[in-house]
Write a protein that binds this ligand. Structure first.
Ligand code: AMP
Length: 141
């Protein structure tokens, strides 16, 4: 199973935000879209990623002043991305080892989707069910 197959099911919508937007605006977007991470997009494409975890950590360090700070101050600028042709299996390994739950999907220079750990787990369960059904059909035929 490839990332392109996951995107075919879930679609290509990605919640994005400008690096200069405030953390308050970021909170609004996270709630509105009901997601755990937002991709930060600047003039020249993906500039970072910011997740609920970044907000919680920085809120603990800086207190309520954080709410008026720009997203660029709390985002992770070194974003790991994948391509639609990558396999779900290879992405599972990276997400588990590097401990992040969101990976933006880039095709050429374009942001074409985002895959979460939930999408990856769902896809692997569905693949395992298909394999199991096929094995049972083979054994009983
Ligand atoms: P998450 O597990 O997605 O909530 O993110 C945990 C931490 O990893 C946060 O500091 C995120 O900013 C960072 N992070 C999340 N996704 C990525 C990614 N694709 N590339 C690099 N860092 C990431």
């Amino acid at each position: 199973m490839r990332i392109a197959d996951v995107l075919r099911t879930k679609g290509s919508a990605v919640a994005t935000i400008d690096p200069g937007a405030t953390v308050t605006e970021l909170l609004r977007k996270l709630a509105e879209h009901n997601v755990g991470a937002i991709v930060v997009v600047g003039g020249s494409g993906v500039a970072g990623i910011v997740s609920e975890r970044d907000i919680v950590r920085r809120l603990n360090e800086r207190g309520a002043d954080l709410l008026s700070a720009p997203v660029s101050e709390i985002m992770t600028a070194d974003v790991f991305t994948c391509s639609p042709s990558d396999t779900v299996d290879s992405l599972t390994v990276v997400m588990t080892e590097r401990r992040f739950r969101h990976v933006p999907v880039i095709s050429g220079d374009e942001l074409v989707g985002i895959v979460s750990i939930g999408d990856v787990v769902k896809s692997r369960i569905s693949q395992l069910e298909t394999d199991s059904d096929q094995l049972q059909a083979y054994i009983t035929s």
